[in-house]
Write a protein that binds this ligand. Structure first.
Ligand SMILES: Cc1ncc(COP(=O)(O)O)c(C=O)c1O
Length: 430
């Protein structure tokens, strides 16, 4: 798949410049430089075209440069690009907050605060929870990922590469086991782990919040069972603990519902959003019960760029597109197509140990012949697929999971074409 070359420097030259100019700590999955993108395809600086099964990690759910998002951004650029909401307010911020307050699960009145990144929204959700409860403790889950800033990485339950060399971390953070049947942790085990924490590490009455991803993203696309989420809600209610759902990766129609929390029939106290919220622009949000959100004193929340007008304009358009184009339903259709194809590949290739995930948040987990996580094979599949024009992403605590995060607007023939490339790759590597 080759189209015309668009940039002056090649991948090879840019990689050499990158090695000199940028630290290795900024990891790269693919050794490729982007030049141009449209919906579900990306063309690199050498003119090679790729089918994008990554969406920049679940960000461009509405596709690369959706015309409506581009038009909204262009229009906003003709008005103003920045005032800082703390200095001069603008209507878009309010309109988007109203929209998210209305869309968020549960009947309680809601409020929304805007920030720029997922980690920043996570940080703010903890500040709000502490201000609201007057308590300090926070419980997160092993295998969870909440970002790279200090509070967010303290909450993250995966050491390599996120925590290595960066300690000490924020105090009063505790990790409980996440239910993961494939790796031997039942819902009962996970709930017992939480009870043990209350006995051995922190009494429930000192816990401000429990933060959880409804489907662990970076950790490997493990969905929390409904009975576990409902039990968490009950435990939180019993002990006056706030439940925070980190929907940074699962939100914005990715899982076949606007928010993955909707699968559990519960109302979180706070919800954290980012990624798919603004169709490729940096915007994050904390959406929560008004009674909780209003606890922080004036001036305690926000930041210079939080709710930037361009990102807000992009988000208003992206949320419209999600609704108008019924992208939650489309996510389910995409997920079915991927899972059907993977199911038939699993019959041929025994390395595929598990296929899972709601909506278009699909993963396949790879085991070796001894039924152990196969990290090497996962890396090789990602590499070879890229060589053949398909961009994939690995994840998982053992790095042995491939996650499928196509734009929710991907053309179905392109989706099939990408899956056929994967099949050829599996064939070559098995
Ligand atoms: C569930 C979850 N929370 C938080 C984050 C952090 O978001 P950001 O990278 O925008 O800081 C991520 C990013 O992958 C995530 O998946």
């Amino acid at each position: 798949m080759t189209t015309s070359k668009t940039n002056t420097d090649s991948n090879k030259t840019l990689l050499a410049r990158r090695a000199q100019a940028v630290p290795q700590g900024v990891g790269n999955i693919h050794q490729i430089f982007a030049a141009k993108a449209e919906n579900a395809t990306i063309t690199d600086v050498d003119g090679k075209r790729y089918i994008d099964f990554t969406s920049g990690i679940a960000v461009v759910n509405t596709g690369h440069l959706h015309p409506k998002v581009t038009a909204a951004v262009t229009k906003q650029l003709e008005q103003f690009s920045h005032t800082c909401f703390h200095v001069l307010m603008y209507e878009g911020y309010i309109e988007l907050a109203e929209k998210l307050n209305q869309l968020a699960p549960g009947d309680s009145p809601k409020q929304t605060l805007f920030l720029s990144t997922g980690a920043e929204a996570v940080e703010n959700s903890i500040k709000i929870a502490r201000a609201s409860t007057g308590r300090s403790g926070v419980i997160a889950f092993s295998g969870g990922f909440h970002g790279r800033t200090y509070m967010a990485v303290s909450l993250t339950g995966k050491v390599i590469p996120y925590k290595t060399g960066f300690g000490p971390f924020a105090p009063e953070i505790f990790h409980a086991p996440f239910p993961n049947a494939l790796h031997g942790i039942s819902t009962e085990d996970a709930l017992n782990g939480l009870k043990t924490l209350f006995k051995s590490d922190i009494e429930a009455s000192r816990v401000a919040a429990i933060i959880i991803e409804p489907v662990q993203g970076e950790g490997g696309f493990y969905q929390a069972p409904k009975e576990f989420m409902q039990a968490l809600r009950k435990i939180c209610d019993e002990h006056g603990i706030l439940l925070i759902c980190d929907e940074v990766q699962t939100g914005c129609a990715r899982t076949g519902k606007m928010f993955a929390t909707e699968y559990f029939g519960i109302e979180p106290d706070l919800m954290v959003l980012a990624k798919g919220l603004a169709g490729g622009f940096p915007l994050s949000a904390v959406v929560g019960k008004k009674s909780v959100m209003d606890a922080a004193a004036p001036g305690g929340l926000g930041g210079t760029y939080g709710g930037n007008p361009i990102a807000v304009a992009a988000s208003l358009a992206a949320v419209d597109v999600i609704e108008e184009e019924k992208l939650a339903d489309r996510a389910n259709r995409i997920g079915e197509i991927i899972k059907n194809r993977l199911d038939s590949m699993a019959k041929k290739y025994s390395c595929i140990a598990d296929i899972r995930g709601p909506g278009a948040m699909v993963a396949m987990e790879l085991f070796d012949s001894k039924h152990q996580p196969d990290t090497e094979l996962t890396k090789n599949i990602v590499k070879l697929a890229a060589e053949k024009g398909l961009l994939l992403l690995p994840c998982g605590i053992y790095g042995n999971v491939i996650r499928f995060l196509t734009p929710l607007t991907i053309e179905f023939d392109l989706l099939e074409e990408g899956l056929s490339i994967l099949e050829v790759v599996l064939d070559e590597l098995n």
